[in-house]
Design a protein around this ligand. Structure first.
Ligand SMILES: *Cc1c(COP(=O)(O)O)cnc(C)c1O
Length: 386
């Protein structure tokens, strides 16, 4: 048995499959020379919209700008309250603060790591009591699994709030007959290389159903242009996606459906091999995750000892996320639903993720499964976990 280190995510394996197509796609852009807003950008937008069933897709510079553009299009301003889970990548709450609005951090569900609808309702009450104006919700499809929209949407409707889905990790996941990207008033994704649909650089996209909103976002992404070239009608940004990046993503998107299947097979094998020794991910009924991460827990055992022992066996792991947003230095002063987010706090101390990608072969995966099965039972309960 080889004891070579295993990569946490293997982008080279995928590249080997499509390298000639990528080379040809880049060469086409070099030949026509339209590096900005070239035909590949419009083509990618068309294919992305078709893929998820959204009316409009607008390509942009990255997943963070996608979120910011959505908030700008919704005219978010100081005094507005926007509700997002605390257990997420910092960009989700960061953009709210950019615009001077107040992020209200919401707790998560223990089984899916996604926004807890009851905590959301509490946060809306908190915001009203504090004199903030509740305007929108940013659910996150964490680790590739859609948030529970059948429970979040009625709360949004009751309170006249819009929903902007941060599906940077979950783009292409299915939720009870719907595909993420087409869920919410706005949805945003990221093409950061390590995401399930990643490019070779930064990139992102915004999805909307509403024609007027799409028009506003198209304008914002390009400095707020209007119908006359140098008469900008609103304050926007340079948020465009490069033609070369769009050309690469078109090739990656062609591969994406089969990669989602492959990731799902990897996840099922992990769960079959591990569910009796660790807490494995729960996927809601009638949904399919894109498995941005395969995240497990060993409650009551010392996580850092587990990770050290796995590392010694050549098994890389990662912690998403060691600190929820509400305890991070830049965000700890923002409100938390009900004053505390106990589930976020507890799970952040327990989670760790195993290598996950579409090209993880069974022999390597068996090595990982064996290592976890060997290591976890030998680790004693940590003092911190009592
Ligand atoms: C990666 C990520 C983002 C930000 O995307 P970038 O393209 O890196 O700006 C936003 N939200 C979530 C949940 C993410 O995982």
């Amino acid at each position: 048995m080889s004891e070579q280190p295993i990569p946490f995510i293997d982008l080279a394996a995928q590249q080997a499959v499509i390298r000639p197509k990528i080379d040809a796609a880049i060469a086409r852009v070099l030949d026509h020379g339209q590096y900005i807003m070239g035909p590949e950008v419009a083509e990618l937008e068309k294919q992305l919209a078709e893929f998820c069933g959204a009316t409009h897709a607008i390509a942009c510079s990255n997943g963070t700008d996608a979120l910011a553009l959505g908030l700008m299009a919704k005219d978010v301003r100081p005094g507005d309250a926007i509700f997002c889970p605390s257990f997420t990548f910092a960009a989700t709450g960061e953009v709210v603060a950019w615009l001077g609005a107040t992020p209200y951090f919401v707790d998560i569900l223990e089984d899916t790591y996604n926004m807890d609808p009851e905590s959301l309702s509490q946060a809306i009450l908190d915001a009203k009591a504090a004199g903030h104006r509740p305007v929108g919700i940013i659910p996150v499809d964490l680790f590739g699994q859609a948030a529970d929209y059948d429970r979040i949407e009625p709360i949004a409707e009751e309170n006249a709030l819009w929903i902007m889905c941060d599906t940077a990790q979950g783009f292409g996941a299915t939720y009870k007959g719907r595909v993420t990207g087409s869920i919410g008033h706005i949805a945003t994704t990221s093409f950061f290389p390590a995401k399930p649909l990643g490019g070779y650089g930064d990139g992102g996209a915004i999805f909307v159903g509403d024609d007027e909103l799409a028009k506003i976002i198209r304008s914002l992404v390009n400095h707020g242009y209007g119908s006359e070239r140098y008469d900008n009608v609103r304050i926007g940004m340079n948020g465009r996606l490069d033609s070369i990046q769009a050309a690469i993503l078109i090739e990656k998107l062609a591969l994406f459906p089969s990669e989602i299947e492959a990731r799902d097979r990897v996840a099922k094998r992990y769960s079959d091999g591990l569910s009796d020794v660790v807490v494995t991910p729960i996927v809601m009924e009638d949904t399919r995750s894109t498995w941005a991460q395969y995240t497990i827990r060993a409650p009551g055992r010392d996580r850092s000892s587990i990770l050290d022992a796995l590392k010694a066996k050549g098994i890389p792991t990662a912690i998403y996320y060691p600190k929820p947003m509400h305890v991070q230095t830049a965000y700890q002063h923002y409100p938390k639903a009900g004053g505390a987010l106990p589930v976020c706090d507890r799970l952040a101390a327990e989670v760790f993720s195993l290598p996950m990608h579409a090209y993880l072969d069974e022999a390597t995966q068996d090595r990982i499964i064996d290592a976890v099965r060997t290591v976890v039972p030998t680790i004693v309960k940590s003092a911190a976990a009592r």
